[in-house]
Design a binder for this molecule. Structure first.
Ligand code: F6P
Length: 344
């Protein structure tokens, strides 16, 4: 019987439990044992584990978050942590490790793989931001887009009744996928993304023209990582996380103040924040996550170490983990051009 570890790292994401469930089911079919590693890389560094049998994954499919817990621990941040992680991998007598994560968690997996022949790692791409290269979609994104879309629909009511501009700040880090998808889906009047520098004169011009043609309200969707022409990203604090990332957030407020000042239209801001990551996954994400989980076990059984499950043209395929990290997948400009058709 082979023993396979599984960990979930980075921000929690709707669909993580569906992946874990898929892994455990597929493993059981093939008489493989699954060991859950708690709280991402932290659990491997500290040897904090839990047995994952069929009973432990029963009923978790619709649940948000991760039953394993997660952390933003980077095994390369402290001098001996990577060594500890490798030592515990051996101590646990693991034949393989399934790493479910985004750019940071998979980036660490890639580094561990490169430096240690003894580690057999396969990956599953996760993030609401949808910014991982080498997969068409990550699970969690669809749910986040649905949550943001519903929120924008609701904000329409107040925008229209009060003749206001509503600025909605969404997540997505340095990519504007959530903003673009939710903005198109909810009929936003302007969508601002990190891929294109913001020009306040242009933005206010669009809003003024819209109001001049009798539309007394507007919806502006702004991605948290969007920047002004001469500006930097807006952060909530100076501190960096273990992977060197800033905590984004706050651009919506600045934008709203500037818009109101320049247009004289009453403006309000809503920051959706972690609500976008919370709660039950959409049907699309449950299916994608389940397919990814099953594929991850197949990769282990076929000894395709160094690869991760990926969605390409609706097929679940394998791609080298290193292809997914390092290069950010930014918004497709053909899609953004479609969004622009509806501006103003
Ligand atoms: O990567 C997912 C994400 O939700 C980003 O969209 C956001 O910038 C970040 O994580 C927030 O991280 P935290 O939960 O650590 O505040």
């Amino acid at each position: 019987m082979i023993r396979v570890g599984v960990l979930t790292g980075g921000g929690d994401c709707p669909g993580l439990n569906a992946v874990i469930r898929g892994i455990v089911r597929k493993a059981a079919q093939n008489k493989a044992e699954i060991i859950g590693i708690k709280n991402g890389w932290k659990g491997l560094i500290e040897n904090d584990t839990i047995e994952l049998g069929l009973e432990s994954v029963s009923g978790i499919l619709p649940k948000g978050g991760t039953i394993l817990g997660t952390s933003r621990t980077n095994p390369y941040k402290k001098p001996d942590d990577a060594k500890k992680a490798i030592a515990h991998y051996k101590k646990l007598k693991l034949d393989a490790l399934i790493v479910i994560g985004g750019e940071d968690t998979l980036g660490a997996a890639n580094k561990l793989l490169k430096e240690n022949d003894a580690l057999n790692i396969v990956g599953v791409p996760k993030t609401i931001d949808n910014d991982l290269s080498a997969t068409d979609f990550t699970f969690g994104f669809d749910t986040a887009v649905n949550i943001a879309t519903e929120a924008i629909d609701r904000l329409h009511t107040t925008a229209e009744s009060h003749h206001r501009i509503m600025v909605v700040e969404v997540m997505g880090r340095h990519a504007g996928w959530i903003a673009t998808y939710s903005g198109i889906a909810a009929g936003a009047d302007i969508i601002l993304i990190p891929e294109i520098k913001m020009d306040l004169d242009e933005i206010c011009d669009v809003l003024k023209k819209r109001h001049a043609r009798g539309k007394g309200f507007s919806i502006v969707v702004v991605a948290e990582g969007a920047t002004f022409k001469e500006g930097q990203v807006v952060t909530q604090e100076e501190k960096l996380d273990a992977f060197g990332h800033v905590r984004l957030g706050g651009i919506g407020e600045i934008l709203a103040v500037e818009i109101e000042k320049r247009t004289d239209f009453e403006t309000r801001v809503t920051v959706l924040g972690h609500i976008q990551r919370g709660g039950t996954p959409s049907a699309f994400d449950r299916v994608l996550a389940t397919r990814f989980g099953v594929k991850a076990v197949e990769l282990v059984l076929n000894k395709r170490f160094g690869y991760m499950a990926s969605l390409k043209a609706n097929e679940i395929v394998e791609v080298p983990i290193e292809k997914s990290v390092g290069v950010l997948k930014t918004v497709d400009m053909k899609l953004y051009d479609i969004a622009k058709l509806f501006f103003g």
